[in-house]
Design a protein around this ligand. Sequence first.
Ligand SMILES: C[S@@+](CC[C@H](N)C(=O)[O-])C[C@H]1O[C@@H](n2cnc3c(N)ncnc32)[C@H](O)[C@@H]1O
Length: 279
Amino acid sequence: MTEAAARAWDQAADGWSASTPIVHAWLREATAAMLSEARLRPGARVLDLAAGAGDQTKDIALAVGPTGDVLATDISPKILDFARGCIEAAGLANVRFAVADAQQPLHAEAPFDAVTCRLGLMFCMDAAAALAAAFKALRPGGRFVALVFGDPANNPCITTMMKVARKHRGLSGSVAPYVEGGLFSLAAPGRLASLLTAAGYVEVAVQSLAAPFELPDAAAYVAFVRSSGSPIMEVLAPLDAKAKESAWREMAEALEQFRGDQGWLGPNELLLASATRAS
Ligand SMILES: C[S@@+](CC[C@H](N)C(=O)[O-])C[C@H]1O[C@@H](n2cnc3c(N)ncnc32)[C@H](O)[C@@H]1O
């Protein structure tokens, strides 16, 4: 399963990396909140899980400064190459990279002052294993922080697109909302907090953050989703090119409902989890 996920993210790596400006703007405030909860100090050692194309890795590397050390890991070798390029382009020399599954312990590298994970934890089929591995990687008193998608009801752009995609595939009924390894796998009320507590963390907090997409129009949002390795692409995968185009077009039309006086604003809710490894 992890191998399949790694292959899928290798394929999406170009698109996710090319979307970095959109992702950066979308997640600017949420990332700042995540890094604040991580309580990063100059000189800190940080493990950045599911680092992707390195957008938040760069912010972390800047926060810990030249005396700090960041290890960026991801299951996709190709997306990590983009992260390497992003860090090199920023002229930063305090980041190392390793292809690794967040669900597996990284014994040799511990201990870290903080473990971060932006929009990666919910893709783990075994989130409890990922939280346990992060716990082992932390020093006592170290911080774990993660951003994941919030409840489907508060993420109508995603649910609208999924509904249209399933209709075009001829799939009946709706998807189970909190399916393991899916976008909303950690969105059920209380789930993330109870997983963190069960893994032995203290100071467990999960807060909801509004992270709306501000884009020129719905078509720009659809273009982002098309290039970013979304599960919606997996639903459409068996369709021929013409049928896919028709589905994407209908999604853009449906998403025009989010156009207002100020332009297009796609609602989006994230959860920010933070916790401490007990001393
Ligand atoms: C939506 S992207 C987020 C990337 C980056 N953190 C960001 O916010 O821009 C999800 C990332 O999670 C990675 N990923 C998925 N499952 C993983 C796992 N089990 N272990 C490590 N990384 C994983 C993917 O390869 C991908 O880079």
